[in-house]
Design a protein. Structure first.
Length: 596
């Protein structure tokens, strides 16, 4: 690695607007170790537990329990699954519902009652113990969408079902009997409410309609491409729509006009329901092809905005360091200020920052592991709120949710910890363990229950020298991608894919197209890796499309990026934007719109 002189500025120039974040601003010039915990948004569903690889059999739907509670979802089988808000645990809520009916839709009422719609037209009620009972039958067509009439609406307390050619039907919870057919004007696949107004997806005409109490439909947004799922973000006054025809998630204003593309995901043309917890997280199941392994996605809203997010911030900080997405959808980053050997008054320090989705930045802590330590990598545990910070001296520092620091692990070989990530549950027997990459070419595996680093794999350069592995990232389905930045002596950067047995596959990319890469992220919806690099002296964000064979394309030119061999964090926000650590003389963040 190479270090360059960093400009210094007044630390107190940092903007310290707070949005659900802990810690305090220290205006001292030395190595203070103070700072509070990092606190998540109360009750918001934890994005840090997503994405989750699941086995899906067909069309899906999802629903949150009231008040930002657990997430329930179905995937075209007779089972209902649950993701717990407390720890992200995936469990089965109910099995064999309706004698093994193929479930297509789900909704949770305000009192916690669960209703599911089946492929045979049945609507069933499921109690808290997972026991189901018949509720109503809408006819022979699948019930692909369910909604509960909100208070003060004409449908208050009723269950509404979208059943294709059988129409939208209204079921009285107090006297289910025979449902009332509201309209059969089109095939409607999903429902939601905007205030007291019923909104439905019309698959006959590829549009969003509002439905009056007499069944009259009014077009709110036409020209969609096979819409299959809809929900409401009331705070933003936007409808979120899944379009299977072009596999994208889009915003449609509740007043009409749009749609605004947000991000690419694979949506089942037979139905992909979307859920919003009303507090900040949307969830849905993506699958392609239907019946294959699928992914339960969780995304924080509002989306990041190029108009309000990004830029550098003041303080004695440097542009190298890692970046992580926290469970509440905000970001945490490390930065360093190497001392200037020509200035005897200059001293080294390191910094831990948080930045929210409105680009409000807060200093959390300084002098981590000593004021002379370089902080190079970063990851988090969404359950415990622990941060794990990799250093240039080969140590990994654990920071608990209250700000306490302790030594977690040390690389016996003394390698610099350049990349740090937690393995998903799908990565063989190593789910939840930490994986680190070093400048000595090692991929280290660290079991939190026994934090003694074990060499998982080793990578050598073509010149038989240890490869500097500058970053790594996991996919939810259990693939590990590792970036070899080629170093200054052997400029042959490579990207490898590892399986849980430690077997490596070189993606075979043209080294010239990768430049001097430092940061690695993943956009699973777009099936691509995101690489922060410098190509012919120009900072760029690249996409490595995971096709056969993989290809490299430029996404965006960045204003400022460290010129190779310095860690540069890059994180995809899962809703169309990548956040990249930028800056040579000051630290900052750039938002790169990677879709559309």
């Amino acid at each position: 690695m190479c270090w360059r002189r960093r400009a210094r500025a007044a630390l107190c120039a940092i903007t310290t607007l707070v949005w659900g974040l802990g810690g305090s601003l220290s205006c001292g010039g030395g190595g203070g170790g103070g700072g509070g915990g990092i606190i998540t948004i109360p009750f918001a569903f934890p994005q840090g537990f997503f994405p989750i690889s699941i086995t899906a059999a067909g069309p899906s739907d999802a629903a949150f329990a009231p008040g930002g509670g657990d997430l329930l979802f179905v995937t075209g089988t007779g089972d209902i699954f649950r993701v717990a808000i407390a720890d992200g645990a995936l469990t089965t809520f109910a099995t064999g519902v309706g004698g093994g009916a193929l479930l297509r839709s789900i909704v949770v009422a305000g009192d916690g009652a669960v209703f599911v719609g089946a492929a045979n037209g049945d609507v069933l009620q499921v109690d808290a113990m997972g026991v189901s009972m018949p509720f109503a039958n809408t006819g022979a067509n699948p019930v692909t969408g369910l909604a509960i009439g909100p208070a003060e609406s004409p449908f208050e307390g009723n269950v509404l079902a979208a059943a294709g050619a059988s129409g939208i039907q209204v079921i009285d919870r107090n006297s289910p009997g025979t449902p009332m057919v509201l309209t059969t004007a089109a095939d409607y696949i999903d429902l939601t409410f905007s205030g007291v107004t019923l909104v439905a997806l019309d698959t006959t005409n590829d549009e969003v309609d509002t439905i009056a109490t007499d069944g009259t439909d009014t077009v709110l947004q036409a020209g969609l491409n096979d819409p299959v799922g809809i929900t409401l973000d009331a705070a933003a006054q936007q409808l979120l729509v899944a379009e299977a025809g072009n596999d994208r998630l889009s915003f449609v204003p509740v007043t009409g006009g749009g749609p605004t593309p947000l991000a690419p995901y694979d949506f089942d043309p037979m139905g992909t329901g979307i859920a919003y917890d009303g507090l900040g997280t949307i969830a849905f199941v993506s699958a392609d092809p239907p019946g294959a392994a699928a992914t339960l996605q969780g995304i924080n809203v509002p989306p990041l905005s190029p108009a309000t997010f990004g830029g550098t911030f003041g303080g004695p900080t440097a542009g190298f360091g890692d970046l992580e997405l926290l469970r509440d959808g905000n970001f945490v980053a490390v930065a360093n200020d190497p001392d200037d050997p020509m200035d005897p008054t200059d001293s080294f320090n390191n910094f831990l920052f948080t930045v929210n989705r409105f680009a409000e930045i807060q200093l959390v802590q300084t002098g981590i592991a000593g004021a002379q330590e370089l902080l190079l990598s970063l990851t988090s545990d969404p359950v415990t709120q622990q941060l794990f910070i990799g250093t240039a001296s080969g140590t990994i520092i654990e920071r608990n949710g209250l700000g306490g620091l302790s030594l977690f692990a040390t690389d016996p070989a003394g390698g610099q910890i350049l990349g740090l990530e937690r393995a998903p549950a799908t990565f063989g027997a190593f789910g939840g363990q930490l994986f680190a990459t070093t400048d000595r070419g090692d991929i280290l595996r660290i079991d939190p229950a026994n934090p003694m680093p074990v060499v998982f794999a080793n990578v050598m350069t073509p010149a038989a020298q240890p490869a500097p592995l500058s970053d790594l990232v996991f996919s939810s389905d259990g693939r590990l991608f590792v970036l070899d930045n080629g170093d200054e002596i052997t400029p042959t950067p490579r990207v490898f894919e590892f399986d849980a047995a430690g077997m490596a596959t070189d993606l075979g990319l043209n080294p010239a197209s990768l430049g001097q890469p430092d940061g690695l992220g993943i956009d699973e919806g777009g099936n691509r890796l995101l690489v922060a690099t410098v190509v012919t002296a120009q900072a760029q964000l690249l996409a490595v499309n995971l096709t056969t064979p993989p290809t490299v394309s430029a996404l965006n030119l960045l204003v400022s990026l460290d010129e190779g061999f310095l860690p540069t964090g890059v994180v995809y926000d899962r809703i169309g934007g990548a956040v990249v650590r930028i800056g040579s003389d000051t630290a900052g963040f750039a938002l790169v719109q990677v879709f559309p």
